[in-house]
Design a protein around this ligand. Structure first.
Ligand code: KIV
Length: 287
């Protein structure tokens, strides 16, 4: 069996010039598949709020829900590093609460590391979680939890001002001890600079080809979500596959073609005769 990857292995991949493949998963069967397919990092993303729970954005998922998804994924994965996304308001209230919630993700959710959104403002929180012995993945650029309520889901780093702000944020997050950083929906120039200058891996999502790795939401990759962002790439159209399979099942049930021969079982001759005799007795036909 392949050896389980650690946060340190992910950092070393950058030093060795190996690109990092990361994808989300939220349940046991898909986590088994993505691990078997060879991804390096499985993210139990708070995107579960939208792609699994049908919520409007990622602010509405809480710790208890995330812990259920983390448990399912961590029981499935043998090789990849499992990262649990810290949900909105699980790390913003106080550093103590952030450390306690990161601890729950590890102890109750079974994850290897946590991810949290935010730049320089969250450096202290990152430092405290790392000090507690939990590896932290940062997340800068377009950060969906705050974008939902304030700045909107738009490309970041188009102006020199904004680009420099994101670079400073990423540098602070790295200095605080994060082992890697997700850079979301940000111009390629920012991604190129950060990937070149930071020692830790920069994992892009909508940030161009110069990153040390890439991450996508599984439901976008598989074509299972109808509102994918413009930077996502659909590698399969499972929506059509599932629709076709379920429609054929419905029609087989309705026309009696399912269950077919070999998928149900009969009594043997002697027991059938005995049952017949007993039933006839009940209806008064026998004896
Ligand atoms: O929640 C999530 O899926 C994410 C990825 C897009 C990085 O944060």
């Amino acid at each position: 069996m392949a050896e389980k990857l650690t946060a340190w292995d992910i950092v070393r991949k950058k030093a060795k010039g190996e690109r990092i493949a990361m994808v989300t998963a939220y349940d046991y069967p898909t986590a088994r598949l993505v691990d078997e397919a060879g991804v390096d990092v499985v993210l139990v993303g708070d995107s579960a709020a939208m792609v699994v729970l049908g919520m409007r954005d990622t602010r509405f998922i809480g710790m208890e829900e995330m812990l259920v998804f983390c448990r399912a994924v961590s029981s499935a994965v043998r090789r990849a590093l499992v990262v649990g996304d810290m949900p909105f308001m699980s790390y913003q209230v106080s550093t103590e609460q952030a450390v306690a919630n990161a601890g729950r993700m590890v102890r109750e959710g079974g994850v290897d590391a946590v991810k949290l959104e935010g730049g320089a403002d969250y450096a202290e929180v990152i430092r405290a979680i790392v000090r507690a012995g939990i590896p932290v993945m940062g997340h800068v650029g377009m950060t969906p939890q705050s974008a939902a309520s304030s700045t909107g889901f738009r490309l970041r780093g188009k102006s020199a001002d904004e680009a420099e702000r994101i670079i400073r944020d990423a540098e602070e997050v790295a200095r605080a001890g994060a082992f890697s950083i997700v850079l979301e929906f940000t111009t390629a120039e920012v991604a190129e600079y950060l990937s070149r200058t930071l020692e830790i891996p920069v994992i892009g999502v909508g940030a161009g080809p110069h990153c040390d790795g890439q991450v996508l939401v599984l439901h976008d990759v598989l074509g299972l979500y109808e509102n994918s962002p413009p930077f996502a790439k659909k590698y399969a159209d499972l929506r059509s596959v599932v629709l076709d399979a379920i429609s054929r099942y419905v029609s087989d049930v309705r026309n009696g073609a399912f269950p077919d021969e070999g998928r149900y079982w009969r009594m043997d001759e002697r027991e059938r005769a005995e049952l017949k005799r007993r039933l006839e007795e009940r209806t008064g036909k026998g004896g």
